[in-house]
Design a protein around this ligand. Structure first.
Ligand code: DGY
Length: 324
């Protein structure tokens, strides 16, 4: 089967460019959600590819007897049961690299917003308070003199590290395995990293291995001058522990782009003065999201055409294209 004759399913919402290209390049089928009951068994048997930005469970995967590839939108693919797909010989792809610089830029912006309170200072100006009350108060926090710890030194983590190195800051990191291509001090556990830095940037993927990894103990190790920045997945932070640490000044401040139950952000977090919050926008520019959309469709086209996937997730890296 060639890509052109393949039927690709879009369950739930997805970037408009993914939908447009799939409709132009394949036989496209859309359903409102990743619920197999929304299709007849005959319709499911025609599906060879799925393009998704939603949860894809093992049961959903198993409902498609001729499924060959799941192309997931986003670098994080914790919502897709890739291990299960791999056991069935089904390719899973994500969208790495094309967003690394955008996410790293946003992370630096969020860090500065958190320390120097730029969103609050702008709101102060817009409310006429500069005229009425005089200068915005000096910020108690600054980037100057900080020591950065990066939890997750993958492609995005490294792009963040390189930027903050250029800001003149020392970098430490924790990953499961030490990298041989960087000179930054490595810590074999997160608590060890948190105890030697005052600025902890969390950029690890979601999933069982990182679930609530940043807990009350890690925040205590970060200490009262500590600042937490989170741009990976909300699931990696114990949010109630973070709220308590911020309220009790066990850490100084936090900047968050991701949350445990998006788009719902705990009211207690929103009421805290020492947090800067963004609605999961780290990669959300038109150009970067278009590049991610193209990578989703290019992966489908390659695999369904009998060529290797462009960006297979590690669980599926060894899979060969099944004969059509
Ligand atoms: C990603 O790519 O995983 C970002 O979080 C956007 O979804």
């Amino acid at each position: 089967m060639s890509a052109a004759g393949s039927t690709v399913l879009i369950p739930g919402g997805i970037h408009a460019r993914v939908r447009e290209r799939i409709e132009a390049e394949f036989d496209a089928v859309s359903i409102a959600a990743a619920d197999a009951a929304l299709m007849t068994p005959e319709a499911r048997a025609k599906i060879s590819g799925i393009a998704c930005a939603t949860v894809i469970t093992s049961d959903f995967i198993d409902a498609f007897p001729n499924l060959s590839i799941i192309a997931s939108f986003g670098v994080g693919y914790d919502a897709v049961d890739a291990k299960h797909a791999a056991t069935r010989g089904i390719m899973v792809t994500n969208t790495p690299d094309v967003l690394s610089d955008e996410v790293a830029d946003t992370t630096v912006g969020l860090l500065l917003n958190t320390l120097r309170e730029f969103p609050k200072a702008e709101a102060y100006l817009r409310a006429g308070r500069w005229v009425a009350e005089g200068s915005y108060p000096l910020t108690s926090l600054t980037l100057r003199g900080r020591t950065v710890g990066i939890f997750g030194l993958g492609r995005i983590g490294l792009a963040i590290a390189r930027r903050l190195e250029a800001f003149g800051l020392p970098i430490n990191y924790h990953t499961r395995t030490k990298r041989n291509d960087v000179d930054y001090p490595w810590h074999d556990n997160l608590a060890g990293l948190a105890s030697v830095v005052d600025t902890l940037i969390v950029v690890v993927p979601g999933g069982a291995a990182t679930e609530k990894a940043v807990n009350a103990d890690i925040l205590a190790a970060l200490g009262p001058k500590g600042v937490l920045i989170s741009v990976g997945r909300g699931s990696t932070i114990d949010e109630p522990a973070l709220i308590a640490a911020l309220a009790d000044h066990k850490i100084a401040a936090a900047g968050l782009d991701v949350f445990a139950d998006e788009p719902n952000v705990p009211q207690a977090l929103m009421e805290l003065p020492n947090v800067s919050l963004l609605p999961h926008v780290a990669s959300a520019s038109v150009s970067t999201r278009n590049a991610m959309a193209d990578l989703v469709v290019d992966n489908l086209a390659a695999w369904l055409d009998g060529r290797p996937a462009i960006t297979a997730v590690p669980e599926c890296a060894g899979l060969d294209r099944k004969p059509a």
